[in-house]
Design a protein around this ligand. Sequence first.
Ligand code: MEV
Length: 425
Amino acid sequence: MSDVKSSRIEGLHKMTPDARLQAVARQAGLDRDAVDSLAAAAGGQIDLADRLVENAIASMAIPLGVATNMIVDGREVLVPMATEESSVIAAVCNSAKRCRSTGGFRTSTSGPVMAAQIQLLGASDPENVRLKVLERFDAIKAVCDETDPLLLKVGGGFRDLDVRVVDSAEGPMTIVHIIVDTRDAMGANAVNSMAEALAPRLEQWTGARSLLRILTNLADRRVARVRAVWPVEEIGGAQVRDNMLSAYHFADADPYRAATHNKGIMNGVSAVVLATGNDTRAIEAGAHAYAARDGWYRSMSRWEADADGNLVGILEMPMAVGLVGGATKIHPTAQANLKILGVRTADELARIIVSVGLAQNFGALRALATTGIQKGHMALHAQNVALMVGAVGDEIDRVADELKALGKVRQDIAEEILARLRAGT
Ligand code: MEV
């Protein structure tokens, strides 16, 4: 346990990453092993880490695997996924394989459109303010487009205006949404700059006071949709299909189950978002808010049986990912992953991500509706437990195999097995 005397470290941000690591190690009383593993964790990318965040001392490596068997809109794709969770990638491979005979995943999108909000306060007539803003459509478009000429050049720019009067604990406030086509950018910088440029003009035009000027992660104008059909014989028969449908109906009706069901979808989604250097928190916030858009939190996916008795899965969710800007552009691993994916636009990336989310959900529902998830998890979990107790080299498989054979994947038992192996008994 670290025993930090003080959380003040004078000038930490001005130090080199290595000096920072030493300073943190001194303050936290780290032993040599901890310092060495942090230094090794930088993995030759410490300069990059230093550019991306403040006070960088290392990088946190997450395993990167590749999902196979995916066909998205008729194209075969290999999907890099960054995740620390066992079974996530295996589940996608397996689920994608089972819908290859029906053509895999078919997608559509609503276009790369983001929105930013400007909060207008202090008016006794918020409805009047709302109309005053709507009357300035052309002027608002001009202010926004002038802010980002580069975006205009690549075919993006201001598209629409939405103005709402929102009731709050301190009374009604007028909320302006600027709606912007951000092309291959995630768009946070573009829409935030526009919102900041526009706010003083809105004050002049309306007499109200502007306060917050920030994008909304509830990117409900930037949704990606996917559907896929799993033949009933690929699922394991009509009973398994019906059990999967009952599992889905449970999630759609009960927020306690929906949270876990949707977490499974995000296991797939966030792993690709992270592998491509995109903002996992933005996608997660948007996804969960969208799942609650009817006023209660429900399943992000929909499941049905078609006329032939096959299982149809559908997923529709906000997918604000970009290819330009942010970590995506400067992180060499993200760039390499985009090459594996073979995507040329953010729109293509969004389509693949929702497909992976649906595949993940199919895998989880099928496992839960049949043997449960522990059986599938056991093999990889046994390896993790073997690693946890310090097994190295071929000890890992030997400890894991014994744990599986015993049917008890427990740390205390793994310790006993390892001690026995090392004692040669
Ligand atoms: C585990 O990370 C994800 C699942 O819990 C998803 C689900 O319950 O649908 C298996």
